[in-house]
Design a protein around this ligand. Sequence first.
Ligand code: HEC
Length: 108
Amino acid sequence: MGDSAGWWQRVHARKILRSVAAGAAAIGLASVGNVDAAEPADRGQALYENHCAECHKTIAHTRDSRLVRNMGQLEEQVDRWQANQKLDWSAQEKAEVAQYLNRRFYKF
Ligand code: HEC
């Protein structure tokens, strides 16, 4: 009796382990999937917040005297600032930050 209870517990424990592992894998996959899906929208924001927001908390992108009047000028300014900060962003990264700023502030 003790033996068969032990057998059951072992099988059960293995099943639980397996479903935990499968669950973890599923969660892992799901979150990787989410990161992928969200990346184009969120990477520009993350880059901006890491490298630019420090100054721009006080310097709003919404002031009336703003330099940027269209998407091309916005891209130029992003390029200028990333160069100024020696960030060496790829064209893709610059585009994502410009798109993020446009969504958040400029709305061209
Ligand atoms: C050292 C502080 C500082 C940092 C860091 C900084 N900026 Fe700026 N930014 C400014 C100041 C000051 C201005 C306004 C005067 C000017 O354009 O020279 C400005 C202006 C801008 C403008 C034009 C705003 C407008 O509409 O007039 C954009 C776009 C911009 N910055 C983007 C960025 C991006 C993108 C980064 C990160 C790569 C960044 N900035 C990092 C200080 C900073």
